[in-house]
Design a protein around this ligand. Structure first.
Ligand code: ADP
Ligand code: MG
Length: 637
């Protein structure tokens, strides 16, 4: 049962409309709409320069008569008070009633903003008999005063017209000594003192952590019993011997981890975490091949069509038609045929995009699911794919998840880390420069082309009258600067699939070439002789994203370079990425600067809105609550 907000005393038609507009329809809606922050008043009996510009509360004696000046737009009242034997000037705007309520020699409480240099307080509140509350909630609603909201909230509580229930299990409340939910609500809206407000906030942190972890744990695959996947070890060895390179130590360890998972009699869930260019695809390929030699079906999903196609081609070229493999994306022509064949086990290996998540993509004997760059998919897509079979799951991720978040997101997933990059890789030389040094970049582009190497130019927008650095503008500008040069291509999300493919193919086939693109090339693309990455308006991108983009070069033993160009020379993030080339370190900065959303893959819906919980400071709360939920789930069975 819920109560309409207009049932409450003090909520007239006008207030109701204002509240409805911000999504508040019931009394519960309003109670759960917590103050954005609080004003903390400190009671003073002395004011110094340290209090300059602070909102202060003082108890004083009025030492002068009140004077009033009438201006066209305002009426200004002035008087003098004494605090600790020192006179202070008080200014009040448009509060005519003060002329009646305040008399010389009376003692009053006042609150206002203090200006040390003018020795003046701009009055915000005055009372002749009450001390002010030390803490005042700030809601920052448009067109509605905080004091009005406080009144409505108070009326809801005294009229007892709400229907808020406890949403934390009793064992959590007991274990961490938390307030109950209603007490917490009351305290958040109407704090008694600092200490009890802090207890209320503590409870909210647990509540947020609990809801978050409950959701996270649901996403994690439960281990299901299945017979071991009997891969053919000799065949796998033969495949490895075909590679034009030796596996790195970490690649070998990851592959061993996966095959150990195969041998158990239950499904497992593994995360292959390795920085850009560390060679995760090869590891995936060996896992795929192993499962195929066991006669099983394998699904490999990638976030973009370009990437799916690239994976498909680079992987099957090693398989020598030994298995039936297909690519399934939204632009695949013979979808129906492929689906039938999958169902009848006539296709062994399928690579694709989110098109694979559709309900009518059904497998006969699926044993392995690999998802590349899983954070690029929404939870729905991921969950649908996971339901396609009792299969081992492998996530490949190049966006290193901050250590603090990994456990929450991946829970008990087993993790294989690929730290070591293939030998002979050189550090990408990164330079942060301002737009006026663009000639340096143009020269570098020329040198790169003359070396028969390739250049990416990335900009934040496709085309727009507002954004100067868009694909169309920059493409034309580059053409103008290099008039004799023909191999300049462009690509962005508004191109249709054919146009996109044509651009990529041109870029790949030419000996040297320039590709002007949006960040759509961020994930996966692997072009060995691309050695120069130029990012315009780099300040528009997040740190992890810049790191991913930079990872498009430096994918061979050639020396590679990355320019980060910005109009300003004081962008902290760009200086960080200029110096730091470790993806983990950068992701922790990103977590601090932009919050956890970007790592969670929530389709930007802002599903989790953490108001109280800080992912770094409250790490222990997250971990403890997670253990509690897992233990509780175990006890249930
Ligand atoms: P990512 O981890 O970013 O997905 P890829 O799997 O695309 O990286 O690999 C990057 C490049 O490194 C590819 O061109 C791949 O062929 C190459 N590569 C992978 N493993 C090795 C290795 N052990 N030695 C040399 N090159 C390798
Ligand atoms: Mg990759």
């Amino acid at each position: 049962m819920s109560f309409k907000i207009e049932e409450i005393k003090g909520v007239g038609e006008k207030t109701k409309n204002i509240l409805n507009e911000i999504g508040v329809f019931t009394t519960d809606d309003l109670l759960l709409n917590f103050p954005k922050n609080y004003l903390h008043f400190t009671n003073h009996n002395n004011l110094t320069f340290k209090n300059h510009n602070e909102v202060v509360s003082i108890f004083v004696k009025v030492s002068s008569d009140l004077s009033i000046n009438h201006y066209t737009n305002s009426k200004i009242i002035k008087f003098e008070v004494v605090l600790n034997e020192k006179a202070i000037n008080i200014v009040a705007f448009n509060q005519l009633y003060l002329m009646k309520t305040i008399k010389k020699d009376s003692e009053i409480y006042i609150t206002g903003k203090y200006n040390y240099y003018k020795n003046e307080i701009v009055l915000s509140k005055v009372s002749t008999h009450n001390k002010f509350k030390n803490i005042e909630p700030k809601y920052n609603f448009d067109n509605l005063l905080d004091s009005n909201i406080s009144k409505i909230v108070k009326n809801i509580l005294t009229e007892n017209k709400f229907n808020i229930k406890e949403n934390l299990p009793q064992y959590v409340i007991n274990k961490y000594n938390l307030n109950n939910r209603i007490k917490t609500l009351k305290e958040l809206h109407n704090p008694t003192n600092e200490e009890s407000l802090n207890s209320a906030i503590k409870r909210m942190k647990y509540e947020e952590a609990f809801n978050f972890q409950t959701e996270m744990i649901k996403r994690i695959n439960v281990e299901v019993k299945r017979p071991p996947i009997k891969y053919n070890n000799d065949k796998v060895r033969t495949l490895i011997s075909k590679f034009p390179f030796k596996l790195t130590k970490d690649q070998k360890l990851a592959v061993n981890d996966i095959f150990r998972d195969f041998k158990t009699n239950k499904t497992t869930y593994r995360l292959i975490q390795g920085d850009v260019g560390s060679g995760k695809t090869v590891v995936a390929m060996l896992a795929i091949y192993g499962a195929l030699t066991a006669g099983k079906q394998v699904l490999f999903m990638a976030p973009t069509e370009i990437l799916a196609k690239q994976h498909f081609e680079s992987i099957i070229k090693y398989f020598d038609n030994e298995f039936n493999s297909e690519l399934l994306t939204s632009s695949t022509k013979n979808k129906e045929e492929i689906k039938v064949k999958l169902l009848q086990n006539e296709i062994n290996f399928i690579v694709g995009t989110h098109a694979l998540a559709e309900d009518d993509v059904i497998f006969n004997d699926l044993a392995l699911i690999i998802i590349d760059e899983q954070h690029k998919f929404g939870v729905n897509v991921r969950n649908k794919v996971l339901k396609k079979g009792n299969a081992n799951l492998i996530y490949l991720t190049a966006t290193p998840i901050p250590r603090t978040l990994a456990i929450s997101i991946y829970g008990d997933a087993k993790i294989s880390l690929i730290k070591e990059k293939p030998a002979q890789r050189k550090k990408i030389i990164t330079k942060y420069i301002t737009n006026n040094k663009i000639d340096e970049v143009i020269n570098h582009i020329k040198i790169t082309i003359n070396n028969n190497e390739k250049v990416y130019i990335v900009v934040p927008a496709i085309s727009s009258t507002h954004a100067k650095y868009n694909v169309e503008n920059v493409y034309l500008a580059i053409k103008r600067r290099l008039p004799e040069y023909n191999n300049i291509y462009k690509i962005h999300g508004k191109y249709n699939k054919n146009e996109q493919e044509e651009s990529i193919n041109n870029f790949l086939k030419d000996e040297n070439a320039i590709l002007v693109a949006t960040s759509m090339i961020e994930v996966g693309i692997d072009v060995k002789n691309a050695t120069l990455m130029v990012i315009f308006a780099a300040n528009y991108f997040g740190l992890s994203q810049l790191h991913q983009l930079r990872g498009r070069v430096g994918r061979s033993n050639l020396q590679s370079y990355c320019y980060l160009i910005s109009e300003r020379e004081d962008e902290e993030r760009l200086s960080i990425i200029e110096k730091v080339d470790d993806g983990f370190e950068l992701s922790e900065y990103d977590l601090k600067l932009r919050g956890p959303g970007i790592f969670l893959g929530y389709d930007q819906t802002g599903h989790f809105n953490f108001k109280y919980l800080d992912f770094i400071e409250d790490y222990n709360i997250l971990i403890n609550v997670r253990d509690d939920i897992i233990n509780d789930n175990k006890n249930m069975i």
